[in-house]
Design a protein around this ligand. Structure first.
Ligand code: MBD
Ligand code: FE
Length: 283
């Protein structure tokens, strides 16, 4: 980071992620009927009772839980906690029968309306952006292989230090975020840098849980994508790098075999990787 007075803290990125969620997503969930709430809430609470009985949970542990739950909210880390430990199952259930390319979790750091870019483009980045240059190419089609011209590929990613713009201080607003439109054959070629593996903040409530449980805080390096085209279901996914650290033990359980790129070194010291997306027709 160029400005060493700025530190990426859990409280800062958590507050940004919470604000982001409240801005974009609140009220977008369908109204849920009483019977559905009754079943889900009853079963969740009953599952908790079962754990307490099975493990003879003490008052001390109960108070530790209460205190931790309060601190998750104070840190703004509910989006982080839920997206790391819960979202992957919601995604699995939501898309179990969808045709086309595999999706995975969105995570807490998507921002809509990133700068619009043509089919051959470089993501917004700083002069001398650190990291290995990456040329990411591919094609968007429907499930029968018909090209989808003017599909939109929204990309966001961490930089070479594992920092996301708008969630870490000192990074320009739209750094490594862009909204790429495919050409008339559905193709794109995006120049960026290879993201670093991402460590979820260790100084907040999620970090305290990880330390207390003896887990690790790492996600493998990944590119985030939302691919959309008229008449088709939007695809929210991530792509990983073959051989990358933590591919096999992602803290967020979001890696799928189909989502691992085969990066190849290029003559100029960079990397190239290709991926083709097939979008399902809208329901
Ligand atoms: C991330 O970058 C991410 O993708 C997820 C799912 C959770 C935390 C940070
Ligand atoms: Fe991420």
């Amino acid at each position: 980071m160029s400005d060493t007075s700025l530190k990426a803290t859990a409280a800062a990125s958590g507050a940004s992620a919470t604000e982001r969620f409240l801005t974009d997503k609140i009220g977008t969930s369908a109204p849920t009927d009483t019977a559905r709430v009754d079943i889900l809430a009853t079963e969740i609470i009953t599952a908790l009772h079962d754990v307490i009985r099975r493990h003879q949970v003490t008052y001390q542990e109960y108070d530790a839980l209460k205190s931790w739950l309060i601190s998750v909210g104070q840190d703004g880390e509910w989006p982080l906690f839920l997206d790391v430990w819960v979202e992957h199952v919601v995604e699995e259930v939501a898309h179990s029968t969808r045709e086309g390319s595999k999706g995975t979790i969105e995570g807490p750091y998507y921002v809509p309306a990133a700068p619009e870019l043509p089919s051959v483009a470089t993501l917004p980045m700083r002069a001398g952006e650190p990291g290995t240059p990456l040329c990411f190419t591919g094609q968007v089609t429907d499930v029968s292989g018909e090209p989808l011209p003017a599909a939109v590929l929204e990309m966001w990613q961490a930089d070479d230090e594992g920092l996301y713009s708008q969630f870490a201080p000192g990074v320009p607003e739209w750094n490594l975020r862009g909204s790429v439109t495919t050409d008339d054959e559905g193709r794109f070629a995006v120049t960026t840098v290879q993201p670093a593996p991402y460590q979820i903040p260790t100084d907040g409530s999620c970090g305290r849980l990880i330390a207390a449980a003896g887990w690790h805080a790492w996600r493998p390096a990944h590119l985030h994508l939302k691919v959309s085209a008229p008449g088709h279901e939007s695809l929210t996914t991530q792509l990983y790098f073959r051989g990358g650290e933590h591919i096999g033990d992602d803290v967020a359980s979001a890696v799928k075999a189909e989502l691992v790129l085969e990066p190849k070194p290029t003559a100029d010291g960079g990397t190239e990787a290709g991926y083709d997306f097939a979008l399902a027709p809208s329901a």
